[in-house]
Design a protein around this ligand. Structure first.
Ligand code: NAP
Length: 254
């Protein structure tokens, strides 16, 4: 989606994948500097490990201690994290607002952390985090309380009432057909978001469809974290629809 967007905007650049190993990390930025790379994405398992090699961090990356986008700037290599802002932008593109809403997040890994912090920052009225390893949910809840003291956060199953938005931020359903949510929690959710994008219809989303609960998968989150990265690198507005088409063709080839 990036190369086609660069081409559309007449920018003489390409986006290429590089497979790197941990021992290459210290040399990566020198290699990129010499080859005039202007920016790059970095993904698992190096989102935290790249930080010592960068010169500055955006506020969001500093808060998360996780970087997925790097740009060459006058101050050197600057790290950003577009996962949370991309997620919020994907909601806006689908007319979903979390402001004033009670949000249940399943998971407490990297994606859940970005999402929970962004949701707290845009004014969710309450956040509940449920995770297989409860201690990780507690750590994330404490982090959110520190960042946004006005947002109530809890880590135990909510009592029987409605949940405005439920988000699956675990990998459950990605490689198997299990669902991360009990029937009760599904039924109590007004809206269900599964950030998994492949398969497009997870078991959770199929359960939501059977109950006519509005739902969304993670493709737009993937799209918009890329859109945000593109805009950071180029200081130009990204051709979103073109990027979406390209992304869909590669994620869901016929
Ligand atoms: P991660 O840091 O490894 O976290 C994985 C999370 O899933 C943890 O909360 C983990 O619980 C939970 N989990 C894993 N297996 C489980 C199981 N069998 N039962 C219950 N919980 C389980 O991974 P991540 O980066 O946050 O990614 C999570 C998912 O989000 C992945 O499917 C990934 O593809 C997707 N994702 C999508 C986008 C997008 O753009 N749409 C972006 C990022 C991630 P424990 O803490 O107990 O291990």
């Amino acid at each position: 989606m990036h190369s086609i967007a660069l081409q559309e905007l007449g920018i003489n650049a390409v986006y290429l994948p590089f497979l790197i190993s941990e021992d290459q990390l210290p040399h990566l930025l020198d290699a990129f500097y010499l080859t005039r790379v202007q920016g790059f994405n970095i993904t698992l398992p190096f989102k935290e490990k790249i930080i010592p090699f960068l010169d500055t961090l955006s506020e969001e990356a500093k808060m998360l201690q996780s970087v997925n986008t790097v740009k060459k700037t006058e101050e050197g290599w600057k790290g950003y994290n577009t996962d949370g802002s991309g997620f919020i932008r994907s909601l806006a593109a689908n007319d979903i607002s979390v402001t004033g809403k009670k949000v249940l997040i399943i998971g407490a890994g990297g994606a859940a952390k970005s999402i929970a912090i962004s949701i707290a920052m845009v004014g969710a009225s309450e956040i509940i985090i449920l995770n297989r390893s409860r201690d990780k949910a507690d750590v994330l809840a404490a982090m959110i309380s520190q960042i946004s003291s006005s947002t109530p956060v809890s880590t135990s199953t909510p009592r029987a009432h409605k949940i405005d938005i439920t988000i699956n931020a675990t990998s459950v359903g990605m490689k198997d057909d299990s669902s991360p949510l009990s029937d009760d929690l599904i039924k109590r959710s007004e809206q269900i978001i599964d950030i998994i994008y492949n398969p497009a219809q997870t078991t959770l989303l199929k359960q939501a469809a059977a109950l006519s609960i509005p739902r969304m998968n993670g493709l737009d989150m993937l799209l918009y974290q890329g859109v945000e990265a593109f805009e950071i690198w180029t200081d130009r507005k990204a051709p979103v629809e073109l990027m979406r088409k390209s992304l869909m063709a590669s994620v869901y080839p016929c």
